[in-house]
Design a binder for this molecule. Structure first.
Ligand code: G3P
Ligand code: MG
Length: 244
């Protein structure tokens, strides 16, 4: 299996993160999959935005959870990035699923429940994945163990990943206590020992956010399961050169 190239928030170096053009570009750049972040609006619509607060990536202020979906759709989610993208909207998860069901892409959905605990988000997301028949190519990840537990309780066959940015001495003891299938770690904690332990325990390892060619090369040589990258085009060239 090659190390999969997963476009982090879409091809987010070139397009506003977590927008439909970012996902479309990731496909054109031959990414194997897409990573995106899910939060819930006030009326419980799952939407794709990284921060709990809309300030950084829109022309609005305040928290996603305080907007209805209709209100959130009035915000400009592209102008902060460049003039060319002015007028883009925050996509709903459903909009992404409607598009992705016809494309051969893996989907990594990160439930952003580590700061705000969105009521019932796991069931709401699960129902949509089921409706669009993409469960067999989706992995649900979260920094919040509770979301992984809730998702597995809904359907144990859903692939789940525990996300961590800190080096944990007892990572595998901890992972064994969780219903997580995979582990996603920050690139700063990637090392030979972790790769070895994941392989020994048969736990797929993916690393975020890998943009530098030297680090991408290292990941490909370690033959880990995947890299989350803002630059799927660069990742693709590095991987192709390694395969030659
Ligand atoms: O899912 C991997 C990565 O996206 C986790 O960090 O902050 O970019 O969502 P963040
Ligand atoms: Mg994320």
């Amino acid at each position: 299996m090659p190390t999969f190239i997963l476009a982090h928030r879409g091809a987010s170096k070139y397009t506003p993160e977590n927008t439909m053009p970012a996902f479309h570009l990731a496909y054109r750049m031959q990414a194997d999959g897409i990573e995106t972040d899910v939060q819930l609006t006030k009326d419980e619509i799952p939407v794709l935005i990284h921060d709990e607060n809309v300030r950084r990536t829109t022309d609005g202020t305040g928290f996603v959870q305080d907007y209805t979906f209709e209100q959130l759709r009035m915000l400009d989610a592209g102008g902060w990035f460049s003039k060319e993208f002015e007028g883009l909207r925050i996509p709903s998860l459903e909009e992404l699923l409607e598009w992705i069901r016809d494309y051969p892409l893996f989907l990594h959905l990160e439930l952003k429940t580590d700061v705000i605990s969105y009521n019932n988000i796991e069931q709401i997301v699960y129902d949509l994945l089921s409706k669009y028949e993409v469960l067999d190519r989706t992995c649900i990840s979260s920094f919040n163990e509770g979301s992984i537990i809730n998702m597995k309780a809904i359907n144990p066959s859903v692939e789940t990943a525990y996300l961590t940015s800190t080096k944990m001495r007892k990572l595998f003891t901890y992972l064994n206590s969780l219903p997580a299938d995979d582990v996603h770690v920050k690139h700063t904690i990637l090392g030979r020992r972790l790769v070895y332990q994941c392989r020994k325990n048969k736990v797929p390892l993916r690393v975020y956010t890998v943009n530098k060619p030297s680090l991408l090369r290292k990941c490909f040589r370690f033959e880990i399961a995947g890299v989350f990258t803002d630059v799927p085009d660069i990742a693709w060239s590095v991987r192709a050169a390694e395969e030659r």
